[in-house]
Design a protein around this ligand. Structure first.
Ligand code: SF4
Ligand code: SF4
Length: 485
């Protein structure tokens, strides 16, 4: 197996804390008392509910769907009765959820495998990916069918399956690869078929030797998929950073991986594709890492919608300290452990490791943040513009190229919560954009209405009747027809 350098500017060599969770087998979380399924578990528009309170549902049944391009259906993660549909806590606030009271039988709906996918039109796999609600399970949550569609449209040549788990505490991808390497390899082939990509790469981090061995064994010496290790450096698993390390091509500012001919998917997304094709199974569960101040850290296989608190209990944790969903570098604070595990939750981090609460001091312009930024931004200037609500400067400083890796905040001696500033600024710009689009639409509607009224008025303007009787008759007929329309 070849090893390549991380190949991007900046970045950090972080002390990792992975061994405590990567070595034990994953454990199954028992069926919870209730399943809480947020409609919004992906980037894009949420699907609309297809069930009502009181309905009985089967595991894998579609309970919400959407006709929008950037959206996916939502499936029941167990069988039972819909007991509520209301706003429930999630990371960052509250959102509309469908609540299921499990019947304890975990009965599947009528799901079916797709045989001989290689002999079929790639669109069959593409459609299946959407139908099974597959999104980026590495934490981004971008609908996979959209990436595949855009990849085909842009004739991408390379598929990268990302197993480079660079956050220092998270090992759920490592564990998934070790336990389900054949799923990842077969899912990679299925995705490559859907994308019509000529080159497929599975990438792992250099410090994941057991995962690499498991993949080598699953490949059985076949040459259609390259297995490449990337030197350990945070954030080597970032999409653009990985593309650069593996292909030498830099994704341009404001651009996407497809603009350099590449689609990147997470290893768990590849495994989900394997399940979708071979069984017709939608995404109803996932691997997560539970770590930090817990007595029994490890990786869990959990049904989507299970409360975070149930996962913590399973790891013998009485929450004493902050809980973060995700790793210490990119994770988000969770206020309420009743919140459910969703498609984008890859880690629950508890306690001191999740704490970054040293008092903030003013920026001393030391430049540390500039040195470590992997996308060559000016983090301190972004910070100043964000605090001044200077949205124009934020755009000019390429705020939207920031991948929120947290390297700048990690090295900042003034303990400035830089990433929080950037997230708030991005939300402010997005809100401004929504207002602008709304105002443009309202103006367009107003102008259309004026034009319509003007046209109607002109049609009603009296015209002197012709002298000739036949012409007069035709004039009356036309006027009557206008009135009818
Ligand atoms: S690291 Fe912190 S203190 Fe130093 S320049 Fe950046 S924002 Fe300012
Ligand atoms: S969080 Fe953004 S600005 Fe800070 S180092 Fe990462 S990419 Fe650069």
């Amino acid at each position: 197996m070849k090893t390549v350098p991380a190949g991007f500017p900046g970045g950090l060599r972080l002390q990792t804390h992975k061994r405590t969770t990567s070595e034990g087998l994953s454990r199954l979380v028992p069926l919870p008392e209730r399943i809480i399924l947020p409609l919004q578990q992906h980037i894009g528009l949420p699907p609309a509910p297809l069930v009502k309170v009181g309905d009985t549902v089967l595991k894998g049944q579609v309970i919400a769907d959407s006709e929008h391009y950037v959206s996916v259906p939502l499936h029941a993660s167990t069988s039972g009765r819909v007991s509520d549909m209301d706003m429930y806590p999630v990371a960052g606030g509250r959102t509309l959820c469908i609540v299921i009271e499990p019947d304890g039988q975990d009965r599947w709906s009528d799901i079916r495998p797709t045989h001989d996918y290689q002999g079929r039109d790639p669109k069959v796999v593409h459609k299946l990916i959407r139908a099974c609600g597959i999104v980026g399970l590495g934490g981004a949550g971008f609908p996979t069918h959209v990436k595949v569609h855009e990849g085909v449209e842009n004739e991408v040549h390379t598929l990268i399956i990302n197993g480079v788990e660079c956050e220092p505490y998270i090992t759920c991808d490592d564990r998934l690869i070790r336990e389900k390497a054949e799923y990842v390899v077969a899912g990679t082939r299925m995705m490559a078929h859907a994308l019509k990509a000529g080159r497929s790469i599975i990438a792992v981090e250099e410090d994941m030797p057991e995962a690499a061995t498991a993949l080598e064994q699953a490949l059985h010496g076949t040459q259609d998929i390259e297995l490449i290790a990337v030197a350990t450096c945070y954030p080597a698993g970032g999409e653009k950073q990985l593309v650069q390390a593996l292909t030498g091509r830099e994704v341009p500012s404001g651009g996407l991986a497809i603009h350099v001919g590449v689609v990147v998917q997470n290893v768990a997304t590849a495994a989900a594709t394997y399940r979708a094709v071979t069984r017709g199974e939608p995404v109803v569960s996932r691997y997560i890492t539970v770590t930090g101040a817990v007595s029994q850290p490890g990786n869990l296989q959990v049904l989507l919608g299970s409360p975070v608190g149930d996962c913590l209990q399973m790891c013998d944790c009485d929450v004493d300290g902050r809980v973060v969903l995700g790793g210490p570098m990119m994770g988000r604070m969770l206020e309420d452990t009743a919140a459910p595990v969703t498609k984008t939750v890859n880690c629950i981090l508890v306690g001191s490791a999740a704490t970054v609460s040293t008092a903030e001091q003013p920026c001393i312009r030391c430049g540390n943040c500039v040195d470590v930024c992997p996308v060559r931004l000016m983090p301190h200037e972004l910070h100043q513009a964000a605090r001044a609500d200077d949205l124009e400067s934020l755009r000019e400083l390429h705020l939207f190229d920031c991948i929120e890796c947290g390297c700048c905040a990690y090295v900042c001696p003034s303990h400035i919560p830089l990433v929080l500033d950037y997230r708030n600024a991005k939300e402010a710009i997005a809100a401004q954009e929504r207002r602008r689009v709304g105002a443009d639409r309202a103006r367009a509607r107003f102008e259309e209405r004026n034009a319509r009224l003007h046209q109607q008025q002109q049609q009603r303007t009296p015209v002197s009747a012709p002298e000739d009787a036949a012409e007069r008759l035709e004039y009356v007929r036309q006027a009557a027809a206008r009135n009818k329309s």
